[in-house]
Design a protein. Structure first.
Length: 265
């Protein structure tokens, strides 16, 4: 059903021969314009003219890639289903408005016809010609609008039913778009969360390495301070330790005197 509506939208935008492009264009993936031209049996310029018309109406979207070897750009196209259905919906609304206008006109006004020339005129214009046909001179006759009104009303009902179906397809496509957008947003949120986690981990590593380096610096400073607090060695300290004290000398001299006195006795 939706393919029929999309073909109809394409036919309104770019002409009846262009509707075959719908069988080639994808809703999900972009298609190379040279592939489209080959499948349509058209030149690349003819294909581009059709695609540009559709693009002006918003029915297709494109992306391009640069050929690294040749240096030119190649365009890839896909059909925009939702925009195409909305485009068709607007056309159907205009048709309904026109049919309603014709029905009101047939119901409120009188029309005259020349059966020989098959020329139809409203009452005001027929009056200007004195109800006589300028082509053949026949007198105008009042036209019976009952059959025409039935056709208009039947066409109106048919167009309204088609519009209802198109609106249902629009709702379905909106739901699909919302689901797709929700999935994409969820994926983006996951990617952002993962990126944030990696940044935090990296910042933590940097912080830890910074703290480690600070600790190393502090330890070095402490060691330097500890070394600086040690007493300096005096070159005379060794001799001072070996030198006897004054009391020791007195005791030593006292012993020598005792020994001498004992020998004398």
């Amino acid at each position: 059903m939706i393919d029929t509506f999309l073909k109809e939208a394409i036919a309104y935008a770019a002409g009846k021969p262009a509707e075959n492009i719908m069988d080639i264009l994808s809703v999900k993936k972009y298609v190379n314009e040279f592939v489209i031209a080959k499948k349509l049996h058209l030149t690349i310029n003819q294909t581009r003219n059709i695609l540009y018309k559709l693009s002006d109406s918003g029915l297709v979207s494109s992306t391009r890639k640069k050929d690294k070897k040749k240096g030119w750009y190649t365009y890839f196209w896909k059909i925009e289903a939702l925009k195409s259905l909305e485009f068709l919906s607007q056309i159907l609304l205009k048709q309904i408005e026109q049919i309603n206008h014709q029905i009101n006109s047939r119901e409120s006004k009188q029309f005259y016809i020349c059966e020989r020339c098959n020329i139809e005129l409203a009452e005001e214009k027929a009056l200007l010609h004195n109800f006589i046909c300028n082509e053949c001179g026949e007198v105008f006759k009042i036209k019976d609008n009952s059959k025409l009104l039935k056709d208009f009303k039947r066409n109106l009902e048919k167009t309204k039913n088609k519009l209802s179906l198109v609106n249902k397809e629009i709702e379905k496509e909106k739901e699909k778009t919302e689901k797709q957008r929700f999935k994409e947003n969820k994926k983006l949120d996951k990617e952002k969360a993962e990126e944030t986690r990696k940044k935090r981990a990296a910042n933590k590593r940097i912080k830890d390495s910074h703290l480690f380096s600070e600790d190393v610096k502090l330890n070095k400073l402490k060691n330097k301070k500890a070394v600086s607090k040690k007493p300096k060695k005096n070159k005379f300290s060794k001799h001072k330790r070996n030198r006897p004290s004054v009391i020791g000398l007195k005791n030593k001299f006292a012993k020598i005197k005792k020994n001498k006195s004992k020998k004398r006795r």
